[in-house]
Design a protein around this ligand. Structure first.
Ligand SMILES: [Zn+2]
Length: 498
């Protein structure tokens, strides 16, 4: 608090003691709010987590995150709470009264820290909730994966949080949080969001850790069929973190953890800077292309979904569509996909999109992401392709969607005041590439006109064909591409970017 030195100085002239008292009082008021959690998990009963916490109730109340609202659980994550008790700092018991949807009142009300002890039973993977399972806590023979939002009860938002794990000696802990010292089971976390929008894996799983500039990247792999693929995961992680760092012009904004295991379904999700992936009952060799696709898609989100505008339904086409497009484009650039496979992926997406195009605008489709899956994912991907072609054509290959990525990374840092909506995205294109995309957004993003994919393909020197209405559509290069088409394709491949 900046006023303290001034006040102290004034009073020191008259009374040193008074000044010290005053300073102490002000320091307390200005002090950061701390909270700490001790999480104990017994290897013999891994589904039980006992948490001892020191935290400040917020106006007498404590909470579990309400993000469980759409799981259909009436009491949200509190459904899995086994016991809870609270005491004040002197050890006097406090009453904890359940209110609703994972919130409690502590009485009598205290205006200081309390000590809380509660037990959670991990049953999140025992009720049907797919899709979305990949972002739920689960237990496996090797250990457990807990999401912060389902485990940590909070009060007044804390500035500094410490989480310590009490687990078996041979159990590792994989999380994006900052480990206070090498080999320590204690992690420091700056703020509630980082605590709740994250996950950790603890058990006998495989762990790998490396640095990317200032960020620590951790990999946790659980399960008999997943762990042997450690080399595959590490190779993808290293090569795509590098590729996306080049694309955006900078690394992800924080530490990250990638947690993968066998599980009920096949899929992935992102919570803050934690990527969680499940690969069904067994990760078979033929699923490796799928592993590649899911991992690289989710990794891209570390950049584009972690900006604080991300949870805007009107931008889901951008969050998911750009992730799809850049994932496949980077695989093509990295030599992990050949041109033929890349083009058949485009053709497949065009078919999925054309079944639903014209019904609803891409911006409005975000209101129901899963119902409008093909619009958001395939439509969004083709919107990215169309924008890329348009930027390359109009800037005569000086710029591309790559240019926009660098601009967004520089101007829309997480934590900055800069938010983004579709209008501002069009403006970002104008600012970074000089291409006027306003009309494009009006017609194809806010409006529901089908995307001008034919035009984009022409720009790229590609053509679309379909022998019969039941046959798979094909996208291929036109014969005798001219210089301009070849330049555009080279630009698409990432060559010649200034
Ligand atoms: Zn995604």
């Amino acid at each position: 608090m900046k006023t303290i030195p001034t006040l102290s100085r004034i009073h020191t002239i008259n009374s040193l003691i008074f000044a010290i008292l005053l300073t102490t009082a002000f320091t307390d008021l200005a002090a950061e709010t701390h909270a700490s959690y001790l999480v104990s998990i017994d290897a013999d009963h891994p589904r039980y987590a006992t948490v001892t916490a020191q935290l400040n109730p917020q106006q007498g109340r404590i909470y579990l995150n309400d993000s469980a609202a759409d799981t259909g659980l009436y009491h949200g994550w509190a459904t899995f709470l086994q016991s809870i008790k609270a005491t004040d700092l002197e050890g006097n018991p406090l009453e904890v009264v359940y209110l609703t949807n994972g919130s409690w009142r502590v009485s009598p009300p205290v205006d200081q820290q309390i000590s809380l002890e509660y037990e959670m039973l991990l049953q999140h993977d025992r009720f049907p909730n797919d899709p979305g399972d990949d972002e739920l806590a689960y237990a496996q023979p090797w250990g457990v994966m807990w999401t912060g939002r389902a485990l940590f009860i909070t009060g007044t938002p804390a500035d500094q949080i410490e989480v310590t794990f009490d687990v078996a000696d041979n159990w590792g802990i994989t999380t994006p949080w900052h480990r206070v010292a090498a080999g320590s089971n204690t992690f420091s976390i700056s703020g509630n969001e980082q605590l709740l929008d994250a996950a950790f894996m603890t058990g006998t799983h495989y762990e790998h850790e490396f640095m990317l500039e200032d960020a620590t990247i951790r990999l946790g792999l659980g399960g008999e069929s997943v762990q042997p693929q450690a080399d595959v995961f590490q190779s993808i992680l290293h090569r795509y973190l590098d590729a996306y760092t080049d694309l955006f012009g900078g690394p992800p904004h924080s530490n990250m953890a990638l947690l993968a295991s066998e599980g009920r379904l096949l899929g992935g999700g992102v919570m803050g800077s934690t990527i969680s992936m499940l690969f069904g009952q067994q990760l078979a060799g033929e699923m490796l292309p799928m592993v590649h696709y899911i991992t690289t898609h989710e990794m891209y989100h570390l950049w584009n979904a972690n900006l604080h505008y991300a949870n805007h339904p009107e931008l889901y086409w951008f969050i998911e569509g750009f992730a799809e497009y850049i994932t496949f484009l980077t695989a093509l650039r990295n030599g992990d996909l050949d041109e033929h496979t890349f083009l058949s992926q485009l053709a497949e997406r065009w078919q999925l999109y054309s079944n639903v195009s014209g019904t609803l605008s891409l911006a409005a489709a975000g209101d129901d992401k899963l119902d409008n899956y093909d619009l958001i994912y395939s439509g969004g991907m083709l919107a990215a392709l169309t924008l890329d072609a348009m930027i390359m054509e109009q800037s005569r290959c000086r710029f591309s969607l790559d240019t926009l990525h660098r601009y967004i990374y520089r101007h829309y840092q997480p934590g900055s005041d800069a938010g983004l909506n579709n209008h501002q995205l069009a403006e970002a294109i104008q600012q970074s590439t000089g291409v006027d995309a306003e009309g494009f957004f009006d017609r194809y993003i806010s409006g529901s006109e089908p995307l001008p994919i034919d035009t984009a393909l022409q720009t790229l020197g590609l053509t679309f064909s379909q022998s019969g209405s039941d046959d798979a559509p094909v996208i291929s290069f036109i014969d005798n591409r001219d210089e301009d088409r070849i330049d555009v394709w080279n630009k698409l491949m990432g060559n010649g970017e200034p």
